[in-house]
Ligand binder design. Structure first.
Ligand SMILES: [Zn+2]
Length: 121
């Protein structure tokens, strides 16, 4: 029986996880990665999750504003796209229709970054 690592996305044998790594779902190899790399994976997941929710709450928006200030350019970019989406249409229902009508550019950015898949999730 293996165990799944949420950072590299691989399923690895149990001996590839330390006690703590097991709980955190991070394999030995990935736990050696710089903190910034691990944080990036976590924050990217967080941003994608917001889009898959039926509603992006005011609390989520606050968090997105924080993530927009990330030192990681990719994280900051994803956060800024989702933040704009949330401000236009926090609810998932009819979101793509509204964006297509009002903000085609934002919809294009969602397609380019793959964020659109999170919406369909
Ligand atoms: Zn790993």
């Amino acid at each position: 029986m293996g165990h799944w690592c949420r950072i590299c996305g691989h399923s690895k044998p149990n001996e590839q996880f330390t006690g703590k790594g097991h709980r955190n779902h991070i394999c030995k190899q990935c736990s050696k990665k710089p903190k910034a790399d691990i944080l990036k994976v976590e924050q990217t997941e967080e941003i994608y999750r917001f889009l898959s929710q039926s509603n992006i709450s005011a609390k989520n928006i606050k968090r997105l504003v924080e993530l927009c200030a990330s030192n990681d350019a990719e994280v900051a970019q994803l956060a800024s796209i989702v933040l704009e989406v949330a401000r236009i249409k926090p609810g998932k229902k009819r979101r793509l229709k509204v964006l297509a009508r009002e903000r085609g550019d934002l919809l294009d950015q969602m397609r380019e970054t793959g964020l659109i898949f999170a919406h369909h999730h």
